[in-house]
Design a protein around this ligand. Structure first.
Ligand SMILES: [Mg+2]
Length: 259
């Protein structure tokens, strides 16, 4: 039996960039109650984990002792947070930030690549939004910014072709970094090896579990996708198209547990 359920976030637990739906929150709480360790790993920042996962769980009545079974692997697991029930707050366990000059080089490469290809959509940004964001352990390109509507985001690059071209150009400009396609409009730039494999390896260490103890859920499990490094490690993976698929699989697991 698996001890750890690990999840990509956008399009695996939710509609990209939105809070997890009540149905997913309720299923995750049932998993936490059953002492399954729940480990979301995503390129998002810590604040987004709170908005998208923790707050919806609180709204559905998760208890502090259940939150102890929730492990937040932020920025593809290059940062790790655990809940401290005494302080009712999150403690950062580790962090691997990029250096300032690395952030600068990636930012320039992505901006130049997108501009040369005509995919720099600065005119479509909402107030205060930005295309390239420094997430400390990674730099993330979001073609339409963070605040764009879901519909526009889905329509921007459904076959990933635009992002594949940006990645190719950025890689030529700053070849010492890796570029991964994720979410609906995003590219994550990282130091080689600082991908979900790095996060997953740290997860195994931090939770003192074996690969075979983990079941992973992701929507970008194809080669080049940001969930692929986990698949390549040999972790059992369920590829989902959306949170509906994830809910379906979780109901199956919970049904089995209650037998
Ligand atoms: Mg995803």
């Amino acid at each position: 039996m698996k001890k750890v359920l690990s999840f990509d976030v956008d399009q695996t637990l939710n509609i990209a960039k939105t809070p997890i739906p009540d149905e997913i929150a309720d299923l995750l709480i049932r998993c936490l109650k059953n002492n399954l360790q729940i480990c979301p790993i995503s390129g998002q920042k810590f604040d987004q984990f709170l908005v998208q996962i923790v707050d919806p769980l609180k709204n559905r009545g998760v208890s502090p002792s259940e939150l102890k079974n929730l492990h937040l692997f932020v920025a593809q697991g290059t940062q790790y947070y655990r809940y401290n029930p005494d302080q009712e707050d999150w403690t950062k366990i580790y962090d691997y930030p990029l250096k300032e000059e690395e952030v600068k080089k990636i930012t320039e490469a992505l901006e130049t690549a997108a501009k040369e290809l005509g995919f720099w959509e600065a005119d479509k940004l909402k107030d205060g939004d930005e295309i390239i964001e420094n997430r400390l352990s990674q730099v993330t390109f979001s073609a339409l910014g963070q605040k764009a509507g879901t519909k526009e985001k889905y329509a921007w690059d459904p076959d990933c072709k635009k992002r594949e071209k940006i990645v190719e150009k950025a890689k030529a400009l700053a070849p010492e970094f890796d570029y991964e396609i994720g979410g609906t409009t995003s590219i994550n730039a990282i130091k080689p090896g600082m991908n979900k494999k790095f996060g997953m390896e740290n997860l195994l260490k931090q939770l003192s579990v074996e690969k075979s103890d983990v079941l992973y859920f992701g929507d970008m499990t194809q080669p080049g996708g940001n969930d692929y490094p986990v698949v390549k490690m040999g972790i059992d993976t369920i590829t989902v198209r959306s949170h509906e698929d994830t809910a379906f699989a979780l109901r199956g697991i919970l049904g089995f547990l209650s037998k």
